[in-house]
Design a protein around this ligand. Structure first.
Ligand SMILES: [Zn+2]
Ligand SMILES: [Zn+2]
Length: 141
């Protein structure tokens, strides 16, 4: 049985389901992640796009450029504005999901922290998490 991870936006209009395990999990403090989350760190959970289903999805889409100069197609709930999911120019076979949007996010195990140079000084990161000052050669977005 493959794991099923469910989540949704804050108002409940959009629900999603991701099957199996993430292909990549990144923490990020680039300006795009800070702005889209309204927080100092983005938690990006990437699944194979075919393993992600959106249910009753009323998503709005906007496209912009990441700090690394690549396009990012972001989707958010048109009712409450929660930023939920995105697709990246260089990882089109993956679908990013905002880590905080999962109902039970404890399965999330970050493997890298990119734009680590923007990490808040008061925050300590423990464990086996690769720290990348900016964008590594295998970027996150
Ligand atoms: Zn919503
Ligand atoms: Zn970022």
């Amino acid at each position: 049985m493959e794991a099923i991870h469910e989540g949704g936006c804050v108002c409940g209009a959009v629900r999603f389901r991701a099957i199996g395990q993430p292909r990549r999990v990144s923490l990020c403090s680039c300006s795009w992640c800070r702005k889209r989350t309204g927080s100092l760190i983005g938690v990006s959970v990437y699944f194979d796009k075919n393993n992600v289903q959106f249910i009753n999805a009323e998503l709005k889409t906007h496209q912009l450029l990441s700090d690394a100069g690549r396009w990012v197609e972001c989707q958010f709930c048109e009712h409450c504005g929660s930023a939920l999911t995105w697709t990246l120019e260089f990882l089109p076979e993956y679908r990013g999901i905002a880590g905080g949007a999962f109902d039970a996010p404890m399965f999330i195990q970050p493997e890298r922290y990119v734009y680590y140079q923007n990490k808040p000084e008061w925050l300590e990161i423990n464990g086996d998490i690769r720290r990348c000052p900016l964008m590594p050669e295998s970027p996150s977005h």
